[in-house]
Design a protein around this ligand. Structure first.
Ligand code: G3H
Ligand code: 13P
Ligand code: ZN
Length: 336
C-alpha cells in the first residue's frame, strides 16, 4: 500500500527552508527510533513553537519497523495538534525525512510509505555516480512532491553503516554543477562537523585557560564560498551535536565510560543558522541526554525496574534539551 505524506498531515521542506533562509534561522532535524524520543521532539516543537523535521535513519527503520514508524509520525501530527490546543500554542509544521538514504530503492520505499522528504547520500560515490543516483531519486520524489537532500563532501565518523576515517571538505567549485544537474532541493556539505560523540581527537583541539579542550572552528570560509556559488540555496549541516559536557560528566559519574567526547560548540551552530544553513541534524546530543537521565535513575535507585520510571525522566531531559536548542542555538523557536 502506498500513501502520500499529505494524507498523514505532514509537509515537505520547501516552505520551511524558504522561511528559514529569509528569517536567518535553521530548522532542527532530530532523529527518532522510539516513542519517547518522538514524544519529546513533538512536545519540544509545540512548547517552543518551532517547525521540525522528524528524521529516520536506515538503522531506525530496521529497529522500529518502517510501518510502525509511519503510523507513529501520523500520531505525532495528531498529538502536536492536541498539545498545541491545550497549551494555546501554534501547531508546528512537521516533515518526515529519510536520513542518509543509500539507494534509490530505500528512497522510493520511504516516499511510497509517506515520507515528505528524503536524503540520498551519494557522497561516498564518484561525482558522476553521485549525480546519477541523486538525479534518479529527485525525479521520483518530485513526481510525488517530496523534497530531496543531496550531499557533497565526506564527514568523518559513522554515516549509518558507512565509516569514513577522514573527512573531505565540500569543494565549492562542484556545487553549481551538482545542484543544476540533479535538481536537489537542499545540499548537505562537509565543513568540519562529523557524526557521533567524538568529533575531534584531543590532538586536533587547543586548550583554554582552564585546560578545557576547544575544538577547531568550522570552515566558514568554505561555507561562504558555497553560498556565493549557489545564492539562496538551502544548505544542511549533519553531525551537529554539541556533546554537552554536563551530560558527559553525569554519564561518567554514574558508571559510564565516555572518553574524549567533544562536539560542535553552540556559538558555531548559532552563527551557521544565520547563514544559508537551513537544516541542522542532531542525534547524538539526544542520546547523551537520555543516557545521562537513565544512568542517574539507576544509580539512585538500583531496584527500579519500571521502564516508565527511567524512560520518563529521559524523555523530559530530551524535551528540555531540544527546547533550549530551538530557542538558543537554531533560532527556530517562535517560527511555527
Ligand atoms: O547520521 C547518523 C544518525 O545519527 C543516525 O544514526 O544510523 O545509528 O540510526 P543511526
Ligand atoms: P550527530 O551525531 O552530531 O548528532 O549528527 C546526527 C546526524 O547528522 C544525523 O544525520
Ligand atoms: Zn548525518
Amino acid at each position: 500500500m502506498t500513501v502520500s505524506y499529505k494524507e498523514l498531515g505532514l509537509v515537505n521542506t520547501k516552505d520551511m527552508f524558504k522561511k528559514a533562509f529569509e528569517g536567518q534561522y535553521a530548522i532542527p532535524a532530530y532523529n527518532f527510533n522510539n516513542m519517547e524520543q518522538l514524544q519529546a521532539i513533538v512536545m519540544a516543537s509545540v512548547e517552543s513553537e518551532s517547525p521540525v523535521i522528524l528524521q529516520v535513519s536506515k538503522g531506525a527503520r530496521a529497529y522500529a519497523n518502517e510501518t510502525l514508524l509511519r503510523y507513529m509520525a501520523m500520531g505525532a501530527v495528531e498529538m502536536a495538534k492536541e498539545y498545541a490546543k491545550q497549551l494555546n500554542k501554534k501547531v508546528p509544521p512537521i516533515a518526515l525525512h529519510l536520513d542518509h538514504g543509500d539507494t534509490f530503492e530505500t528512497a522510493k520505499s520511504c516516499i511510497d510509505a509517506g515520507f515528505s522528504s528524503v536524503m540520498i547520500d551519494g557522497s561516498h560515490h564518484s561525482f558522476e555516480d553521485n549525480i546519477a543516483l541523486t538525479k534518479k531519486v529527485v525525479e521520483y520524489a518530485h513526481a510525488h512532491d517530496v523534497t530531496v537532500e543531496g550531499e557533497l563532501g565526506v564527514l568523518a565518523g559513522v554515516e549509518d553503516e558507512v565509516v569514513a576515517e577522514h573527512s573531505s571538505y565540500t569543494k565549492p567549485e562542484e556545487v553549481i554543477e551538482f545542484v543544476e544537474r540533479t535538481g536537489v532541493d537542499s545540499l548537505a556539505i562537509s565543513i568540519g562537523t562529523s557524526h557521533g560523540a567524538n568529533k575531534f581527537t584531543p590532538a586536533q583541539c587547543t586548550r583554554n585557560e582552564e585546560g578545557i579542550l576547544v575544538p577547531p572552528p568550522l570552515k566558514f570560509d568554505i561555507l561562504e564560498e558555497i553560498e556565493k556559488q549557489i545564492p539562496g540555496f538551502p544548505i544542511v549541516l549533519h553531525g551537529s551535536s554539541s556533546v554537552p559536557q554536563d551530560k558527559v560528566a553525569i554519564i561518567n559519574a554514574n558508571g559510564g565510560k565516555l572518553k574524549d567526547a567533544i562536539g560542535i560548540p553552540e556559538d558555531q551552530l548559532r552563527k551557521a543558522s544565520k547563514s544559508a544553513v537551513c537544516k541542522i541534524n542532531i542525534d547524538s546530543d539526544g542520546r547523551l541526554a537520555m543516557t545521562a537521565a537513565i544512568r542517574e535513575v539507576f544509580a539512585k535507585n538500583p531496584a527500579e525496574f519500571d521502564p516508565r520510571k527511567y524512560l520518563g525522566p529521559a524523555r523530559e531531559a530530551l524535551k528540555e534539551q531540544y527546547i533550549a536548542k530551538n530557542k538558543n542555538v537554531l533560532g527556530s523557536a517562535g517560527k511555527a
